[in-house]
Design a binder for this molecule. Structure first.
Ligand SMILES: *Cc1c(COP(=O)(O)O)cnc(C)c1O
Length: 323
């Protein structure tokens, strides 16, 4: 058996590395949520992280470890979502150039936010061009370092700091749940949770329409699916990573799912009761808990709210009409 990609020590080192730049986000509680579920819930609010999602943790942890030569040449990432902004902002803070590859039809607000962090945005036609080919070509031509969104040890260790902080600040948990896309967040957080509290059960939650992670976990090999149709755009990944999957197999208790309708109900709960904007993907773990996908009666439950970035008109329309 090959060694796992990261250890708890990597997560602790990541925490020291990102501390000067990342926010230590609050852990919030809600009496209403506790009454609804019969448990004690602790929400780790990464919707309040810099650039609005936990992805800043992994992005900054990766960029901070590049060699002076790599820093001088800069980095490249392909994403139209939170990873793009995480890499762009980290590069700006660390004073290095960043190129972000985005589809031509990416939302104007996301393109503007990424440019606002000082990154160069290169667009491609997602129906006729392959973004990986474009990034690799650019990386070669300009000597850029490619920063993957989840399947990289430095990214995974950085994401794990979310649950390290949650347990440091709120105490040991019986269960921890995180949203699941490619598994960077879940694998890093599971390593932290297991090291701090070995009996803690860890769950990943993905959109019901794209349950490749659940199928992979239950069959024991990585299942690939077509891009799923879901409002949880941060978890529209088609497969788990080669590095994240073995850690998930080793440390996670199960993978659960939530439907889009449940995500909207959960967004509404956070807006109404806790006065927070949590994006659909950020609601996955909470939605599984609110809809009793796992037995939590009387337990202390850590829930990662992974991000809060979304178009505010869209947010309003989800809350008012449910679509
Ligand atoms: C990227 C993202 C996820 C999924 O993270 P993975 O590391 O790919 O599993 C979950 N929530 C939000 C808000 C994200 O941006």
């Amino acid at each position: 058996m090959t060694a796992l990609a990261i250890s708890f020590d990597d997560v602790k080192k990541a925490q020291e590395r990102i501390a000067p730049a990342a926010h230590r986000t609050p852990v919030l509680t809600s009496t209403t949520a506790d009454e609804l579920t019969g448990a004690k819930l602790f929400f780790k609010c990464e919707n309040f992280q810099r650039m609005g999602a936990f992805k800043f943790r992994g992005g900054y942890n990766s960029l901070a470890q590049l060699t002076p030569e790599q820093k001088k040449n800069g980095v490249v990432a392909f994403s139209s979502g939170n990873h793009a902004q995480a890499v762009a902002l980290s590069a700006k803070i660390l004073g290095m150039p960043a190129v972000i590859i985005m589809p031509q039809d990416a939302p104007a607000a996301k393109v503007a936010a990424t440019r606002g962090y000082g990154a160069e945005v290169v667009t491609y036609d997602r129906y006729s061009e392959d973004r990986e080919v474009i990034s690799r070509k650019l990386a070669e031509e300009r000597g850029l370092t490619l920063i993957p969104p989840y399947d990289h040890a430095h990214v995974m260790a950085g994401q794990g700091t979310a649950v390290l902080e949650l347990i440091e600040d709120a105490g040991p948990m019986d269960l921890v749940l995180t949203p699941l896309g490619g598994g960077g967040l879940l694998s890093g957080c599971a390593v932290a949770a297991k090291a701090l509290a070995p009996s803690c059960r860890v769950y990943g939650v993905e959109p019901e329409a794209g349950n490749d992670g659940q199928r992979s976990f239950r069959t024991g090999s990585i299942v690939k699916i077509d891009t799923p149709k879901t409002i949880a755009d941060g978890a529209q990944t088609q497969f788990l990573g080669k590095l994240t999957f073995p850690i998930i197999q080793e440390t996670v208790t199960d993978i659960l799912t939530a439907t889009d309708a449940e995500l909207i109900q959960t967004m509404r709960f956070f807006a109404e009761r806790m006065k927070m904007v949590v994006e659909p993907t950020g609601c996955l773990a909470a939605a599984a808990v609110f809809n009793k996908r796992v037995d939590i009666a009387g337990k202390r439950v850590g829930i990662v709210l992974s991000g809060g970035n979304m178009d505010i008109a869209q947010f309003g329309s989800f809350l008012s009409t449910g679509i």
